[in-house]
Write a protein that binds this ligand. Sequence first.
Ligand code: F6R
Length: 261
Amino acid sequence: MAEVVIVENEAAAGALVADTIVSLIRSKPDVVLGLATGSTPLASYRALARRIADDSIDVRGVRGFALDEYVGLPAGHPESYRAVITREVVEPLGLTPELVRVPNGDPATIEHAGADYEVALTAAGGVDLQILGIGRTGHIGFNEPGSSLASHTRVKTLTEATRADNARFFDSPDDVPMHCITQGIGTILRARHLVLLAFGEVKAHAVAAAVEGAVSANQPGSAIQLHPHTTVIVDEAAASQLEHLDYYRHAWANKPAWQGI
Ligand code: F6R
């Protein structure tokens, strides 16, 4: 089962994620990070940027692969995930831009963009640590309910619920693209360590379904149960519908110090 860590707030989650990634970079300077966008990982990226600066960590060899991208936004659109990853990750962390990839959402090449991304992921040796958020619909990446648990990077249609949730980033809800290109669930499961973050009551149902519900394409987040090394980091509100909360707290309180997450 996934390890569930209940933290006080996003800053505490960020500190834990930053610690974990810093030790990974120290042991593997060309580590491959899987990068989520959206609001959830922002505190972690900020904490990591501070740690890298404070401890003068050399990140020139660190590689990254974003989870997903909108299809059809003009190049340079500030809400394209390429722009978000540049603004929130590459620049603040000081990563080498050429080593950080985002799926290509250009309609001109979209038919083979998924296959191209899979080739690049494989050539890089796969993702060492994948940061995940989870949508209200239960999606991870942009794998909406019904997505195959074995899926690879491909084009998907966003649900209206997800388009409405993401409208906050755009001038008008109609501007949210209808399509995206996303790593598949099978792609995500190939990463060596999954770290799923969720904060706030609005995520409580999706978190409970992912961690304790039946494994089903109907709840894409539940695919994390198929992975041998998953860490779920949540605040109290996002943890509030978990049945085995006491056990997760007990296991964390008694975790051997050498183990890490
Ligand atoms: C983003 C992604 C999505 C988000 C999810 C939650 O790259 O793949 O699965 O993690 O939509 O979004 P936020 O964090 O904005 O609540």
